[in-house]
Ligand binder design. Structure first.
Ligand code: M6R
Length: 608
């Protein structure tokens, strides 16, 4: 998603703005730009593609000035060209924007009828045009900002410079987050605190409807009606995170190998390693008092939720209603206040998930969020926050956040089972013991399977389509395997419940179709093997991901068999995630794609 930074500084800002933009690269973007205000004159540099192109332009034609705004754009309205790149300039006003102005077309028609000429295809230009018109009509910058905000609808974060206001940046939030950084004689603005971490960890978050005026000496914040409001200052943890690949080629690879360590952190938060019990903090939702659980999320986080559904239903006998957030929020689901709602999100800012959360809040449900970004909007708007402790995930493809989400959901399901009397104290201890041994097993698996994964991926990189199959919790894992492969290697991949094979996808099977079957030796194993027979009988090339017991039990010829340690059904999804992540990673590396920032994708999707 687009990234915004701004500095009202006491020394030159253009290089520092670009450094801050680099920290937002993980969000995904396809063009960038920077604007400064120097002796009453606005000037800008913009470039298509990576920040390197912007840096090259700045090196050739530097920008002076101690106040400026900058942007990484993830195209929504209009192609990712230099013309469409932000900042947009109209009549002494410069604007950068993240989000979508929903009524842009109506405002644009009105402005064109009033004589305006638009030069971009973006929705953002209406903000710049509208502000310029309001200025021409005689409104001072603050009044123009407030009048513009009253006119636009949609989800936006905005930063604005006026050429006759040499010492201030105006900013507004309605949807996508904006963090304000307090420095010494300088103020900063960013889409998140990570962008501002080289400058300050003293952060104030704007809330929806806020707009602000940043000057060198501080910030004034106003609500929608223009009343001054105060928002708390907090010490952000973002500076502690090294945004660095270490010895790895890509962030995604680093994040895959970090999993044993970060899962230990997550587990340490939810389970007592000495008593082998789920900690009481995991019971911030009163699971004994609710009759059902509504869950929602997007993408990989949704698939973690789907696995969580199996656990809540099995261990806590708690019915779970789950859907992708973009459907959930519009389905008119009959929700009872006797239910609780649980949302899952790495970023805590995904627009559809946040809207679903607000929908459930309005329906009177207790809200819990399983989230990585603890300072995010979802965390702030929840009754109970369940942090996943994964640390910043920079690769667009979610890996460690997924397994940490699973670890937290497993602990919550066990805790819910205890609270509801469906899991005994002995069963709780046995289940927690399995969770506790998980980081060690993950580290062993990561070491053991690496060479196999590379050679298998070399073969897969020559394929056009791949099918993933699984049953039980291996079914959402099959969906996740397909999602991971397609998003970074651009190979077409589908995931199916193995039992659905004969209801359609079997028609695709021939000798060119690799079928990756995820089958731990669990209660579904024999049935999955029957489905594998159906694939084998039609010449399909089977990649069999199983465990030691499963490998011993199956006699089928496969293209490749990946053998993992036999583990309890509870932790199998986390262990079996590792080969599917590595297959996607190595295949993408062989294909030569941009692994960490795949085309068209954004890390944090703050638009609908
Ligand atoms: O930040 P969130 O967890 O809410 O993001 C949800 C999805 O956009 C995300 O999981 C996406 O599917 C990943 N790129 C998948 O690897």
């Amino acid at each position: 998603m687009c990234g915004i930074v701004g500095i009202v500084g006491n020394s030159a800002v253009s290089q520092r703005l670009v450094e801050a933009l680099k920290r937002l690269e993980y969000r995904g973007y396809d063009s960038s730009g920077v604007a400064t205000l120097n002796e009453g004159r606005l000037d800008r540099r913009r470039a298509e593609g990576k920040l390197f192109n912007l840096e090259t332009k700045l090196a050739a034609l530097p920008l002076g000035g101690t106040i400026g705004i900058a942007h990484t754009r993830w195209a929504t309205h209009g192609a990712p060209t230099e013309i469409n790149a932000h900042p947009h300039f109209v009549g002494g006003v410069a604007v950068v924007h993240n989000g979508i102005i929903e009524n842009f077309s109506e405002i644009k028609d009105e402005l064109i009828a009033g004589g305006a000429t638009f030069v971009t295809q973006t929705d953002t230009e209406v903000v710049a045009q509208l502000l310029a018109r309001l200025r021409r009509e005689g409104l001072a910058p603050r009044a123009a900002m407030q009048a513009m905000l009253a006119r636009v609808t949609g989800a936006y974060a905005l930063a604005v410079l006026f050429d006759d206001l040499p010492d201030a940046i105006l900013a507004a939030r309605s949807g996508p987050p904006l963090a304000i950084g307090h420095g010494r004689g300088e103020m900063f603005l960013g889409s998140d605190a990570i962008a501002l971490s080289p400058f300050t960890n003293d952060i104030t978050y704007l809330i929806d409807g806020d707009w602000a005026v940043l000057s060198q000496t501080g910030v004034e914040i106003f609500d929608r009606a223009g009343n001054p409001v105060s928002r708390p200052r907090q010490v952000s943890q973002a500076a502690a995170y090294l945004v660095d690949k270490g010895n790895h080629r890509h962030f995604m690879e680093k994040e895959i190998y970090e999993q044993p360590e970060v899962i230990s952190h997550a587990l340490g938060h939810y389970v007592d390693f000495i008593e082998n019990r789920v900690r009481p903090s995991a019971a911030a939702i009163d699971f004994a008092a609710i009759s059902s659980l509504a869950m929602s999320a997007c993408g990989t986080a949704y698939l973690a939720g789907l696995i969580g559904k199996y656990w809540f239903e099995r261990y806590a006998r708690l019915p779970v209603e789950i859907d992708v957030a973009s459907e959930f929020r519009y389905r008119d689901i009959p929700l009872s206040p006797a239910s609780a709602a649980l949302f899952i999100s790495q970023s805590g800012e995904t627009a559809d998930t946040l809207a679903s959360l607000r929908y459930c809040r309005e329906a009177g449900l207790t809200i819990g969020t399983v989230v990585n970004a603890r300072e995010s909007s979802m965390a702030r708007e929840s009754d109970a926050v369940f942090p996943i402790m994964a640390g910043p995930e920079i690769g667009v493809a979610s890996t460690k956040a997924f397994t940490c989400q699973l670890a937290v959901l497993a602990a919550l399901a066990i805790g819910a089972g205890r609270a509801r009397g469906t899991v005994s104290a002995e069963e709780e201890q046995a289940l927690v013991r399995h969770l506790v041994e998980m980081p060690r097993i993950m580290a062993r698996v990561l070491n053991a399977i690496q060479p196999d994964m590379e050679s298998l991926s070399r073969e897969l990189s020559r394929c056009r389509d791949v099918l993933y199959l699984g049953r039980g919790t291996a079914y959402p894992l099959a969906l996740e395997g397909a999602l991971k492969l397609k998003e970074i290697s651009y190979i077409h991949a589908e995931g199916y419940a193995a039992g659905e094979l004969k209801h359609g996808p079997i028609a695709l099977i021939d000798e060119n179709m690799p079928v990756i079957v995820i089958a731990p030796h669990d209660r579904f194993f024999d049935k999955t093997v029957s489905n594998m027979q159906e694939v084998a009988a039609r010449g399909g090339r089977i990649v069999f991901i199983t465990d030691e017991k499963g490998a011993a039990a199956s006699k089928l010829a496969t293209m490749r068999t990946i053998v993992l340690p036999t583990v309890d059904e509870l932790i199998a999804p986390m262990i079996f995630s590792l080969p599917i992540q590595l297959i996607a990673y190595h295949t993408a590396v062989f294909m030569g794609t941009d692994v960490d920032q795949p085309r068209n994708l954004a890390k944090s999707v703050t638009v609908e």
